[in-house]
Design a protein around this ligand. Structure first.
Ligand SMILES: [Zn+2]
Length: 319
């Protein structure tokens, strides 16, 4: 475990840092991206309400003053990406929050978001996510598909990219050909080439997700910046692996849901089938399986598929 007061930031480009929010004390699990420039500091995703101090320490470690943050650009409103927004706005009143239309109401009134998270995480809720403060409505800016926003020194094109979440945007820097991908580009931890699809309920939709991947591929980005975690240069190979695995998991889950397996049993099947590949992808790193599980756990993934098939493809479950 690293010192939480120290802050962990690594420079990726002249105007770009990746900040490690040290989620649960684990490095390399949840990132925030810091953009700098004349237009004020910007963060793309901000991590959870439990890691606000680590995030701000990361900004300082990069050599900047957190009170200069002006833009909080959210790929989607899941707690590991947006949970810190309200606390940041309270501390830095000049900071504005950018979010998809379907996510904005839940940032202003997080009760529903929190009660559904509470159902999943139970008594681990506080430890994992800390306090999720509401964002005052006058700080919320709805971003639509195709809209361009200028933050730091970059202009980013917002791409509506559902599949993982119905309130998901990816942000494309057309000039540099780089995509701040959010979770629609999957999870790949540093040092590993294993791509894991984060498939939580309630929004998982495979058809939407494939269409979002197609849309990203059509832009031919040279780089993906993943919240979980870091820079991916081999974009085509990465997205192809994600597409294949979404389908493989789906087929495996569908067959077992049809046999009446419980959510816990489904999660165990995913772990048994895929953990050997995860472990092998970072030889000698015994924490690899654990860290993948921390950011995209199998139980939630199984529940995502169950809900998806019930909601979108009930005909496949009828026997
Ligand atoms: Zn997410």
């Amino acid at each position: 475990m690293q010192d939480r007061q120290e802050g962990v930031a690594r420079q990726l480009a002249d105007d770009l840092w990746v900040i490690d929010t040290l989620f649960q004390g684990e490095p390399g699990t949840i990132a925030s991206y810091l953009l700098t420039g004349d237009n004020g500091l910007a963060l793309i995703d901000v991590g959870s309400g439990a890691t606000v101090e680590q995030l701000l320490a990361g900004v300082r470690a990069a050599g900047f003053d957190p009170t200069d943050i002006r833009h909080l650009v959210l790929t989607h409103i899941h707690l590991d990406h947006a949970g810190a927004s309200g606390a940041l706005v309270r501390r830095i009143p000049e900071a504005q929050v950018y979010v998809h239309r379907l996510g904005a109401p839940h940032l202003a009134h997080p009760e529903k978001l929190l009660s559904s998270a509470q159902r999943i995480y139970g008594d681990k809720m506080d430890r994992l996510w800390g306090t999720t403060e509401p964002v005052p409505e006058d700080h919320l800016h709805v971003v639509e598909d195709g809209q361009r926003i200028t933050v730091g020194s970059r202009t980013l094109l917002a791409l509506y990219t559902p599949g993982h979440a119905i309130h998901h945007l990816a942000y494309f820097d057309e000039q540099r050909g780089e995509l701040f991908a959010g979770d629609v580009a999957g999870v790949q931890l540093e040092g590993s080439d294993y791509v894991r699809p984060p498939t939580p309920p309630p929004d998982l939709n495979l058809e939407d997700w494939y269409a979002s991947i197609d849309r990203i591929e059509a832009l031919h980005p040279s780089v993906l910046y993943l919240p979980h975690f870091g820079r991916v240069g081999d974009v085509e190979v990465h997205l192809e692996q994600l597409r294949r695995r979404l389908g493989d998991w789906g087929a495996l889950m569908l067959a077992n849901i049809r046999q009446g397996k419980t959510d816990t049993e489904l999660a165990a099947i995913l772990a048994r089938t895929f953990d050997p590949d995860v472990a092998q992808s970072i030889p000698g790193d015994e924490t690899a399986v654990e860290r993948y599980e921390l950011v995209a756990n199998y139980l939630m993934s199984a529940q995502g598929y169950v809900r998806y098939y019930r909601k979108v493809h009930p005909e496949l479950l009828a026997s």
